[in-house]
Design a protein around this ligand. Structure first.
Ligand code: HEM
Length: 545
């Protein structure tokens, strides 16, 4: 039997140093004057959006020929511009969603997306991988030295939201070569080398968690939920937001409607690569594998449309291979591969075909009983489980984040005049600087065993007796003091207040997101060789600044 060769990162547009981020900084401008109409519009589009003039402006743009974009860097720059302009056009600023995208955007967007083997919709690649620059050219690719090239809201909170994710991609980049090396070490049956490599990978995943936690520092949950997230939405499952059929791309595919999901870091190839390397498998929400029978059975979690992987599915159209080796079925996470750049998606397929670490560790563990195992095998199992544990911790923190940035904002509604980090005087008193971690810690966000997030601080100051977040001054007073309550009265994309009695909060995928995220976290935990409970009775806390 021939053994499949290991992937070479560079063959898939991946750098051993910068990972899925391009090695060179993304282009800041398309220098060909032919594309000046795009660049000039991009320069002022935040203002056009604010003045409700973006739609008219776009209608008047010429249809430019995207085949004149010769280099990958140019194509990525054009894609970023077209993603942002198109999402600004469709969602507007407190306007009714537009279900038809003019040919001036739709035609070149489709063309450039085809060139990059990606979808014509705002993606993680557009806003995270290809939307950064270094403040100091000789400085690091980390949060001390990164800036964005564009945002939809024009806010620094949005920049931070993207840049934390860019920094995660940069931090995780060295793990990719190490994963490939680890796979080779398995082939060589080199336990000590493998243990060493996994130890290094564990450290990298720990660093990812540390960067993820920094989201709380400069991205205000209120701003994110009400001002940023609506623009990230795509047009799949968006009937309530006024796009029951998706969006028509004028001049493309006979102007048929397209239903495409919006931008999500679930499209991060880095996290997919870690899952594949460690053998973490994901199943449709509500289903878990039955190890005894080899079938997938319902696990009591309500089935929801994170399962709906109808069209498009990543395994069929985009790469011609099953999306997830072993699982035989797909869920939302696999579906997200359809929204990755083609070469990155193809890398994941190749990686899936050669991934062997979990099987190796499992086989070594099964060869002897715990207690009588050789020390090197014990050590290998421990470090493998620690790697998986760190991916699980990443998902724990992520669930806390989603709870604060989405669930709590949706429950409170839009009428919080002072934003998501509303400070109670008690909190101000508690403020202190933790010099060791360089985190400014103002309060602890406590999370109990059911992932319930509570912040005494914000609730104490912002949620009033009437439960809306507005002070209990009577409806007239609160309308004057809290005009956003009226402005956001009509749902705008994903930004809406949760109705009383409805505990389902929708993700960009369109449905109930917390059961989906919890299952993903539990599936990670289940991958450990030595099982430990996914959530215990512990209380964990994350710093909120
Ligand atoms: C304020 C910060 C964030 C919010 C509110 C958020 C929100 C969400 C939501 C709603 C989902 C469900 C899928 C969807 O509907 O798109 C999701 C999934 C996901 N997000 Fe985030 N996210 C945040 C930051 C990040 C960051 C920085 C990463 C880093 C790569 C990340 C990685 C993922 C991944 C990998 C998934 C797929 C689920 C899984 O693998 O467990 N997210 N996120």
């Amino acid at each position: 039997m021939t053994i499949k060769t290991l992937p070479i990162l560079e063959d898939y547009d991946i750098s051993p140093v910068t990972g899925f981020l391009p090695v060179d900084e993304p282009l800041e401008v398309l220098s060909d004057p032919y594309f000046a109409p795009w660049e000039e519009t991009f320069k002022i589009f935040n203002g056009l959006l604010l003045a409700s003039r973006i739609r008219q402006h776009v209608q008047d743009l010429p249809i430019l020929d995207a085949s004149r974009l010769k280099t990958k860097a140019e194509q990525r720059r054009a894609y970023l511009i077209l993603c942002m302009l198109s999402h600004a056009f469709v969602w507007g600023k407190h306007e009714i969603a537009a279900e038809s995208l003019p040919a001036s955007l739709a035609v070149p967007w489709q063309k450039v997306a085809d060139m990059l083997e990606i979808q014509p919709v705002l993606t993680h690649a557009a806003v995270v991988l290809w939307n950064w620059r270094l403040l100091y050219k000789d400085g690091p690719r980390d949060l001390s030295n990164l800036d964005t090239l564009g945002t939809l809201s024009g806010s620094s909170d949005e920049s931070w939201f993207y840049l934390v994710t860019t920094a995660i991609e940069a931090t995780g980049a060295p793990a990719l070569s190490k994963i490939l090396k680890a796979i080779q070490l398995v082939r060589d049956d080199n336990i000590s080398g493998l243990t060493e490599e996994l130890t290094a990978i564990r450290g990298i995943i720990e660093s990812l968690v540390a960067v993820l936690r920094r989201m709380f520092e400069r991205c205000d949950p209120y701003v994110f939920y009400w001002k940023v997230r609506p623009y990230l939405a795509g047009w799949e499952n968006m009937a309530e937001a006024g796009l029951p059929n998706g969006v028509r791309y004028e001049g493309v595919d006979d102007g048929n409607y397209k239903k495409l999901a919006g931008g999500s870091a679930a499209q991060s190839s880095l996290i997919h690569a870690l899952d594949i390397a460690f053998g973490v498998e994901h199943y449709p929400t509500g289903f878990r594998p039955n190890k005894a029978t080899g079938t997938i059975t319902a696990n009591g979690v309500p089935h929801n449309s994170y399962n709906d992987v109808s069209a498009p599915t990543p395994g069929t159209k985009a790469n011609g291979a099953p999306a997830s080796a072993g699982s035989g079925s797909t869920n939302f996470i696999q579906k997200m591969r359809f929204y990755m750049p083609g070469p990155h998606r193809n890398f994941l397929t190749h990686l899936t075909e050669v991934a062997n670490i979990r099987q190796y560790v499992t086989t070594k563990a099964a060869a002897s009983e715990k207690g009588s195992r050789p020390a090197d095998v014990e050590q290998l199992i421990t470090v493998y489980d620690e790697c998986v544990h760190q991916i699980k911790v990443f998902r724990d923190v992520h669930i806390q984040m989603v709870t604060l940035y989405i669930v709590m904002q949706a429950n409170r509604g839009p009428s919080i005049s002072h934003g998501g980090f509303a400070m109670h005087s008690q909190v101000q008193k508690d403020k202190h600087i933790d010099n060791k971690s360089t985190h400014v810690t103002t309060t602890a966000l406590s999370v109990d065993s059911t992932d319930t997030v509570s912040t005494t601080t914000t609730t104490a100051s912002s949620v009033s007796a009437n439960g809306t977040g507005a002070p209990a001054t009577g409806s007239k007073g609160s309308s004057i003091l809290y005009p956003q309550k009226i402005i956001f009265g009509a749902p705008h994309g994903l930004a809406k207040k949760q109705e009383a009695g409805n505990d389902v909060v929708r993700g960009t995928g369109g449905t109930d997101l917390i059961p989906f995220l919890r299952q993903s976290r539990d599936e990670t935990n289940d991958t450990k060789i030595v099982p430990t409970p996914s959530i215990g009775t512990r209380k964990s806390s994350v710093a909120v600044a």
